[in-house]
Design a protein around this ligand. Structure first.
Ligand SMILES: [Zn+2]
Length: 47
């Protein structure tokens, strides 16, 4: 059995929910968390 604590991290910058607000998102069919700082570029379609 794994006793790994489920960790919430931004999939882009790796920030944890302790550092920033994280939001649920879906990317390539997987549920991922993204922090509020990384979200705006995603919305604007930044490359
Ligand atoms: Zn981030």
């Amino acid at each position: 059995m794994e006793d790994k604590k489920e960790e919430s991290k931004c999939f882009i910058c790796g920030a944890t929910s302790d550092e920033r607000v994280l939001l649920n998102s879906e990317h390539e069919g997987e549920s991922k968390k993204v922090c509020v700082r990384c979200l705006p570029p995603l919305i604007h379609g930044g490359s």
